[in-house]
Structure formats: structure tokens, C-alpha cells
Design a protein around this ligand. Structure first.
Ligand code: KIV
Length: 271
């Protein structure tokens, strides 16, 4: 493809610019080439090859069984389909348990098509974040509900409801930014906490179940297409295929709804 026809790759800088202009951006998970291509063509800025693949692709009850080999296989497939979206790859459970494993596994993800890596955790991942970031690997720090810790948390529920916890999470988010995180992702937190964190950071914040104030929104592609395997889908997801007649138009509607700040609406938000 000639450079005249190719669209410029969305970079971390592009996302920072969108935040500074107050423009919202879209993120969506993908696990294979065809949907990766459609998602990228639909104007989704960030594609996440998430370890949610353990649940929606492999049928496990949690993300814990996902291995580096699994992640790399799906990342390579999405990378072949991707046009110009920023490709973020999840670091699977225990793949960043020590500095050494984090370095070698993040390196593998970057060498297999990722433009950034996502790690779950708060203050304890600050050191890992600095290590990776100093070596040229952009890090997205995933806070709030962190599914890899489901056995410690005890269930999939909203995090950061009380004031002490909220203050702690705001401080942790600032520490992660200072440590060199390029992006923050907040999962399942109340709207006011997400707003405070987004406003107090200069890095872009992506939300899922975090209300409308974050700079970007992310959803699992299966949820957007109304094929969630969960018996009781969480309130923050929306089936965009229900109002559209093709996968392409459902994804475009998702992007539009985010840009026009129509999604997430009140009914998708925790207060
Ligand atoms: O693994 C994943 O898809 C994720 C999103 C739900 C944020 O982490």
C-alpha cells in the first residue's frame, strides 16, 4: 500500500492530543484478523487484544488460564488485520509477576505487533511501569476491577465506593502517571471517582463501567454484538447490533455514540 493511501497510525501522542482537545476516543477488543480489520476501518482508535479472550474465545470462567502463547497467537492475528489503530496487548496473569518476566514478556508482545501493553494493578505496578516505559514500552495501567485478581477480590463488583478507597485510588493513579504510565484504564468504578481521576491526570484515561467522563471507552466486541456469554450481562454494556443491520454499522454506531457522548448513558453508569 502506498503511503499516500495509508492512514497514519494512531499513536500514544494521538491519544494525548485527543484528550487535550476534549475529544472522546473509542477502544474495542479484538482477537482475530477479520474483526480487527473491520474495527480499525470503523475508526476505533485503540484495539485491545484482551485476556478477556480466555472467557469469550476459550470459554473459561475467568481470565486466569490465558497464557503468553495464547495472547501472542491472537495478537499476531489481529495485527495482520489492523489498518491504523493503536494495538494494545494485555499481559496475562503472572506474566509480569517479577521485573524479569515482565521485561521478557512485554518484549515478546511488542515484537509480535503490540504498540503498548496493559498491566493490572495499582501502586505495586509502579516499578514495573517505570522499567518498561524507560525501555520504550508504553504501559496502560488497569485499575478498579482487575479481573486477574478475582480470587482475592471475591467477585465482579464496583470498586472504590467509599471515600478512603477513592482517595487511595486517586493517589495511586497519580503515582502511576509519575512512574511513566502512558494510559490508564478504569474498570467498574463510580462515575464521580472516574471523573476525578480523569481530570487529575494528563495521560488519557479509558473507562469500562466507569461512566461518561473518561477520555475513551472500551468494550468487549462480543458484548457490543449482543453475544455475551454471561448469564446476566453487566449494566455497562450495550448491544449495538440490536439497532443496526450489520457488524460494520454496529461498530461505527459505537464509535459515533462515544464521540457524540451518547454512550455510556446514565443507565450504563455506576453512581
Ligand atoms: O481483557 C479485556 O478485554 C479487558 C477489557 C475488558 C478492559 O481488560
Amino acid at each position: 500500500m502506498s503511503s499516500q493511501n495509508s492512514k497514519a497510525l494512531i499513536t500514544i501522542n494521538s491519544l494525548h492530543k485527543l484528550k487535550s482537545k476534549g475529544e472522546k476516543f473509542a477502544c474495542l477488543t479484538a482477537y482475530e484478523a477479520t474483526l480487527g480489520k473491520i474495527i480499525s476501518q470503523s475508526g476505533v482508535e485503540v484495539i485491545l487484544v484482551g485476556d478477556s479472550l480466555g472467557m469469550v474465545i476459550q470459554g473459561h470462567e475467568s481470565t486466569l488460564p490465558v497464557t503468553m502463547q495464547d495472547l501472542i497467537y491472537h495478537l499476531q492475528n489481529v495485527s495482520r488485520g489492523n489498518i491504523n489503530s493503536h494495538l494494545m496487548a494485555d499481559m496475562p496473569f503472572m506474566s509480569y509477576a517479577t521485573k524479569e518476566t515482565a521485561l521478557s514478556n512485554a518484549t515478546l508482545l511488542m515484537q509480535n505487533g503490540a504498540h503498548s501493553v496493559k498491566l493490572e494493578g495499582g501502586r505495586w505496578i509502579c516499578d514495573l511501569t517505570s522499567t518498561l516505559s524507560q525501555r520504550g514500552i508504553p504501559v496502560c495501567a488497569h485499575m478498579g476491577l482487575t479481573p486477574q485478581s478475582i480470587n482475592r477480590i471475591g467477585g465482579y463488583f464496583v470498586q472504590g465506593r467509599d471515600t478512603d478507597k477513592q482517595d487511595e485510588m486517586i493517589a495511586e493513579a497519580k503515582d502511576l502517571e509519575s512512574a511513566g504510565a502512558s494510559i490508564l484504564l478504569l474498570e467498574c468504578v463510580p462515575d464521580d471517582l472516574a471523573r476525578k481521576i480523569t481530570q487529575s491526570l494528563s495521560i488519557p484515561v479509558i473507562g469500562i463501567g466507569a461512566g461518561p467522563s473518561t477520555d475513551g471507552q472500551v468494550m468487549v466486541i462480543h458484548d457490543l454484538l449482543g453475544i455475551s456469554c454471561l448469564e446476566q450481562p453487566p449494566k455497562f454494556i450495550k448491544n449495538f447490533l440490536a439497532e443496526n443491520d450489520s457488524v460494520q454499522s454496529a461498530i461505527s454506531a459505537y464509535v459515533r455514540a462515544i464521540k457524540e457522548q451518547k454512550f455510556p448513558a446514565k443507565e450504563h453508569t455506576f453512581f
